[in-house]
Design a protein around this ligand. Structure first.
Ligand code: CMP
Length: 140
């Protein structure tokens, strides 16, 4: 049975801290199937485009600078109720408010350097997944 999909990034702080393996283990242990995945470094233009929705926010420049500071892992994940279940798994945006045992509680440094991204809706999961992966790179 196929489920719904979400999109995630393991962000530069977590890659630098050598937490890719720990975070992927938590993701697959929670029942998500990886449908596409790559290690990549975003250009400034790519990060600006990906986060265009936040372009008026005071932290936009800092966010783009951080997301281009090192490589990230981008991945499309599948599971029933993927978007909501993944946001539960990662915890609140601010790790100080993230529930115990969540990915951000364990591995995030701060609200800006918060280890992982998770899409906030089915619609954005599709847009964000398409931003990083051509259809041919997503397994059926
Ligand atoms: P994410 O939800 O993955 O995508 C938007 C990001 O903006 C968010 O993670 C945070 O890392 C970042 N962000 C949100 N609020 C703040 C803030 N007040 N200061 C710095 N970064 C922020």
């Amino acid at each position: 049975m196929t489920g719904t999909r979400t999109f995630t990034m393991i962000k530069p702080d977590a890659v630098e801290d050598k937490n890719i393996g720990n975070i992927l283990q938590m993701i697959t242990d929670a029942g998500f199937t990886i449908k596409a995945m790559k290690l990549r470094r975003l250009s400034t233009e790519q990060a600006q485009e990906f986060y265009a929705i936040h372009s008026e926010r005071p932290f936009y420049g800092e966010l783009v600078e951080y997301m281009t500071s090192g490589p990230i892992i981008a991945a499309i994940l599948e599971k029933d109720n993927a978007v909501e279940d993944f946001r539960t798994l990662i915890g609140a945006t601010n790790p100080a408010e993230a529930a115990e045992g969540t990915i951000r509680a364990k591995y995030a440094e701060s609200i800006g350097r918060n280890a992982v991204h998770g899409s906030d809706s089915d619609e954005n999961a599709e847009i964000e997944g398409n931003f990083h992966f051509p259809v041919a790179e997503v397994v059926a």
